[in-house]
Design a protein around this ligand. Structure first.
Ligand SMILES: [Zn+2]
Length: 299
């Protein structure tokens, strides 16, 4: 697995060469990045790999130089995790990060009952417990098979039928309450994993944004977790196909547990043309209806 970092900022086109020189001085070879003209400014999006020579601390120092020498202050950052072929081949489980490169994979909650409590007083993250079935406008599912509703996965009737036929195990279904127009409404189901995975390996990569506030002491806000990593021996005796992670994730406001799926589930989705096979966010196969599964790493 490779960690790549993308920087995003705008500069005057005339200072392009100088910017490249600063990167090169820090040992980061970015060559000639793609320049997209916007008004008189050019946007600059170099992507490079982090490793033992180019650490994130190194990059933080680079940002200071860009600021001091060229006055570049607002640098956007985006991390990518790039997996090798063998990591895809060996993973028994996959984290489902997306069911489409489109905002339509998210459906708004329309009044599910939750009990909400404060998880962290410092950053204000909230914990919520679901007290009623999810409430959504199911007409918004249209021809999607799996959508994300505030931290939960909701499956179409067709996907549920397929999962039963293929003997996918380890979940309960809770029918979603429809709220919205009658025409085009669907019977859809929240997937609730019945098992929680063992804890992730302590070797899991953790990153933070140098350009933002330092991570909160709760270890959640401001931390970008790398791919889910497990000790090999912790996964050998698993049975079933759908699991909650032991660790919390959050959407900036609420905590939720990620859902992980078995290799069998991923293959079923691809074999039945629900999604094309996607390997990483930058894969050209990652379209509005394609599912992004990242392999878990074994340590
Ligand atoms: Zn916190």
């Amino acid at each position: 697995m490779k960690v790549e970092l993308e920087n995003l900022f705008s500069i005057d086109e005339s200072s392009q060469e100088q910017v490249i020189k600063v990167y090169n001085r820090y040992g980061i070879c970015i060559g000639a990045p793609e320049i997209r003209k916007k008004n008189l400014k050019a946007s600059f999006n170099p992507i490079f790999t982090l490793n033992e020579n180019i650490t994130y601390e190194h990059v933080a120092a680079l940002y200071k130089s860009l600021e001091r020498e060229l006055g570049i202050v607002s640098i956007g950052e985006r991390f990518y995790f790039d997996f090798s072929e063998s990591e895809y081949e060996q993973a028994p489980l996959f984290t489902l990060n997306s069911t489409g490169n489109s905002p339509d994979m998210f459906i708004e909650d329309r009044g599910t009952l939750f009990s909400i409590s404060t998880y962290c007083q410092h950053c204000g993250l909230l914990e919520k417990e679901q007290l009623s079935p999810l409430v959504i406008d199911t007409t918004k599912m249209r021809d999607r098979h799996l959508v994300h509703v505030s931290g939960y996965w909701v499956a179409s009737q067709e996907l549920v039928t397929l999962m039963k036929r293929e003997n996918i195990r380890g979940y309960d279904l809770l029918e979603v309450i429809h709220q919205g127009p009658e025409e085009g409404k669907q019977q859809v189901f929240q997937i609730i994993p019945t098992q929680v995975l063992p804890e992730c390996s302590t070797e899991r990569v953790k990153l933070y944004f140098a350009t933002e506030q330092p991570p909160c002491r709760c270890g959640l806000s401001g931390v970008i977790n790398g791919p889910d990593s497990y000790k090999y021996e912790n996964l050998t005796n698993l049975t079933g196909d759908i699991f909650f992670s032991a660790e919390w994730s959050h959407d900036g406001r609420y905590l939720y547990r990620k859902t992980l799926f078995s290799r069998k589930f991923r293959e079923l989705v691809i074999k039945n043309n629900i999604s094309r096979e996607v390997k990483g966010e930058k894969d050209t196969n990652f379209g509005p209806m394609d599912w992004l599964f990242d392999p878990v790493l074994l340590k």
